[in-house]
Design a protein around this ligand. Structure first.
Ligand code: ZN
Ligand code: ZN
Length: 269
């Protein structure tokens, strides 16, 4: 069992101490667990919905290093990661900051679209679904070209998580062309897609949606990883068995995890 994405109290929306999260992962028998606090420099550029407390990177590193040392005998690899929220204007900040930290894994995520946070229903007010989704996909494609290092593509389909539309799915003919461009580019750049289970909707259990993952597989994509995106203790490893079964059905045989930015395959069996 592996989990590539989690947040402690150091992130603005985390609820538990990093040590508790880490220990919970070990209790579950994980061989790899990554702490990936939010680096939301995108919120510095006019996101109106919410004030977001910014991550203190030096403090984060200190807490992580303390725990890494304290549990150095543990067989579980405890990875030092970060989730960098992409927006075009934040790129130079990430370029400057990320190189000073020896991260195991960096998640390239999108939470904001042109200065709005897709977490809030107000974001969708007076917006047409086709326009919003296409813009989101455009940004996702653009985010793959950032000059700073990254390994995972965070929660593809985030825009659908809280969307109020009758059919919130991203797997519709209107978006097919852009989804294909996105998936081909991910494969070409040899990046990994995370399967993210931090979702409240009962109809969708994880992101990306299965048909998108099937398409990725059919195009030749083989790099995926499980991500609970836990913000609470009980969320660590959440829906792992379900995701594993679904990924096997598609044909995937292993997870890809990162240590010091290098990919390692973890077979399902
Ligand atoms: Zn995220
Ligand atoms: Zn996250």
């Amino acid at each position: 069992m592996v989990d590539s994405h989690s947040h402690s109290k150091l992130s603005h929306d985390g609820k538990v101490k990093m040590e508790e999260l880490r220990n919970r992962a070990e209790e579950l028998g994980m061989t790899y667990f990554a702490i990936t606090e939010h680096l939301d420099r995108d919120y510095k550029f006019g996101v109106k919905e919410k004030f977001v407390r910014q991550l203190n990177l030096p403090k984060y590193k200190l807490v992580y290093k303390f725990l890494k040392e304290k549990y150095k005998q543990s067989p579980m690899y405890f990875a030092f990661g970060v989730e960098a929220g992409f927006c075009p204007k934040a790129v130079p900040i990430y370029e400057r900051e990320l190189k000073h930290y020896n991260f195991d894994v960096i998640i390239n995520s999108i939470h904001t679209v042109d200065g709005g946070d897709a977490y809030f229903s107000s974001f969708f007010r007076n917006k047409n679904q086709v326009d919003v989704y296409n813009r989101y996909l455009e940004l996702l494609i653009e985010s793959l070209d950032v000059p700073y290092p990254y390994n995972l593509i965070g929660h593809i389909g985030y825009i659908t998580r809280y969307a109020p539309y009758e059919n919130p799915s991203l797997w519709q003919p209107e978006y097919q062309e852009k989804i294909d461009i996105l998936l081909k580019k991910i494969i070409e750049k040899d990046k990994t897609i995370e399967i993210n289970t931090h979702i409240r909707d009962n109809t969708l259990q994880f992101l990306p949606e299965i048909p998108i993952l099937q398409r990725y597989y059919d195009l030749g994509g083989r790099k995926i990883v499980f991500s609970s995106d836990a913000h609470r203790l009980e969320e660590v490893g959440s829906r792992y068995d379900l995701v594993l079964e679904e990924m096997k059905k598609i044909g995937f045989t292993h997870w890809t995890v990162y240590k010091k930015q290098q990919p390692f395959e973890v077979p399902f069996e």
